[in-house]
Design a protein around this ligand. Structure first.
Ligand SMILES: [Zn+2]
Length: 442
């Protein structure tokens, strides 16, 4: 049997024998000498907290429940929306609109009646994380935002809990185990934490989320299964846990690579002289909110459209919550730089002469577009310089999905000497709420 430097995490095997039903259910485990009835009883006694019931949390909790992990806590504040179903395999069409933790509990308890599933319908933050994780043996990070990752990391370091980390983006993923209180099985050194790897959060807006950049749904299964596997290894004390090793997966190349990651003795939370001794304000530290208000609103609208029984919702979209200009309440409109979709609609209806540019990518254009707008992706602005120059003295309006890239495009043209360029506030997302209600949102 493979030996490990670290003892099993958790509370050991419960006394008493497996019931005949359990022997039958778990017999593929029981015949593995490395697991056996003792190992199965360790799994049944273990308490695991999965933070996030999204793309990663779904396969993680399904495999752990099936494996007989006795107590699983699931923390997520969201409801199921139709666009979750491309990858969040715990849920079905009938669950749309329901709390994820509730729908998950139903599915997981059906999968394994031995399971005690604890629903935490909550946003994990500095005020509740210490309390939330304290009764669990292993914490699994299946979240998709930086404030929560730092928050979960710090709490795990402070309480000496292993943090089984996974992340996904587009066609790639990564997995590791952060556990500075445990040993790297290869070197015997203490393992690193998330802050050792990423001392500083990225600049707000510099790293697109999966909602912005997309993700191949299948990746979630690969990465989530690896996280579930590391969790089971930790509970059983089996093999070499990924402490001090980062595994990356590229699905397009079907290639796994591992990198050594070392603990930073100067790390503010797991270093030799830590300065962080309790959770901090992670939204402030990262400069972004835990929950993106825009995506919350989208989820709500998606779910209510689906409930109305009309996935496309042409004409059935709920009235958008917009101000007198047709902008979302609180929108910081910059009149020198922006026009509203209503302004643009007026210009089109009057037949005003202006050059209308859609600066998104071709795949986005194919999802939905505004007739009359010419596709010039922001990334290809240099290649289109000549064509753009022909419109240098005209009025120009640029739009994108939600107004960020089109502002960049506008800035670039103004820097190149274009005089009359503006960005359409809110992009085609707002256009499809206000001007073309029911038009696709993506
Ligand atoms: Zn650290």
């Amino acid at each position: 049997m493979t030996q490990t430097l670290n003892p099993p995490v958790g509370r050991g095997a419960s006394s008493g024998n497996l019931t005949p039903e359990q022997v039958n259910r778990y017999k593929r485990h029981l015949i593995l000498p490395e697991v056996g009835p003792e190992g199965q009883k360790k799994l049944l006694a273990a308490k695991v907290l999965c933070i996030g019931a999204g793309g990663l949390g779904c396969p993680i909790s399904l495999y752990l429940a099936a494996a007989g992990v006795g107590t699983i806590g699931l923390a997520d504040v969201d409801v199921v929306s139709p666009s979750n179903l491309q990858r969040q395999i715990l849920f079905g069409t009938n669950d749309v609109g329901e709390d994820k933790v509730k729908a998950a509990a139903r599915r997981l308890k059906d999968l394994n009646p031995d399971l005690k599933l604890i629903e935490h319908k909550t946003i994990v933050n500095s005020s509740n994380v210490m309390d939330l994780i304290k009764d669990y043996d292993v914490i699994i990070d299946g979240t998709d935002n930086f404030p929560t990752r730092y928050c979960v990391n710090d709490a795990c370091v402070l309480q000496g809990k292993p943090n089984v980390y996974g992340s996904i983006f587009r066609f790639e993923g990564m997995v590791t185990v952060f556990a500075p209180h445990m040993k790297n099985p290869d070197t015997g050194e203490r393992g690193p934490c998330y802050r050792c790897m990423y001392p500083e959060p990225p600049d707000p807006g510099s790293v697109p989320s999966c909602a912005e950049g997309g993700v191949l749904g299948v990746i979630c299964g690969t990465v989530g299964s690896l996280q579930a596997n590391e969790t089971v290894k930790l509970i059983l004390g089996l093999g070499r846990p990924a402490i001090g090793r980062l595994l990356t997966y590229s699905s397009l190349d079907i290639e796994f690579r591992t990198f050594k990651v070392r603990r930073d003795p100067n790390c503010p939370v797991c270093g030799d002289h830590p300065t962080i001794k309790e959770p901090i304000d992670y939204e402030q530290f990262c400069g972004v909110p835990i929950l993106d208000p825009k995506s919350l609103e989208e989820t709500k609208q998606e779910a209510s459209r689906a409930k109305a029984g009309n996935g496309q919702a042409a004409g059935a979209a709920p009235a958008a919550n917009l101000d007198a200009k047709g902008l979302p309440p609180g929108y910081a409109f910059k009149p020198d730089w922006e026009v509203t979709p209503r302004d643009v609609k007026g210009m089109l209806d009057r037949g005003d002469k202006f050059y209308f540019i859609d600066c998104r990518l071709p795949n986005e254009y194919q999802i939905t577009n505004i007739p009359g707008a010419e596709l010039i992706p922001l990334q290809q602005i240099a290649q289109h310089r000549e064509k753009l120059e022909q419109h240098k003295d005209e009025k120009i309006v640029v739009h994108c999905k939600s107004g960020g890239r089109s502002l960049q495009f506008t800035q670039a043209l103004r820097q190149a000497g274009f005089k009359d360029v503006k960005s359409m506030a809110g992009g085609i997302s707002l256009w499809n709420k206000d001007i073309n209600p029911g038009g696709p949102q993506y």
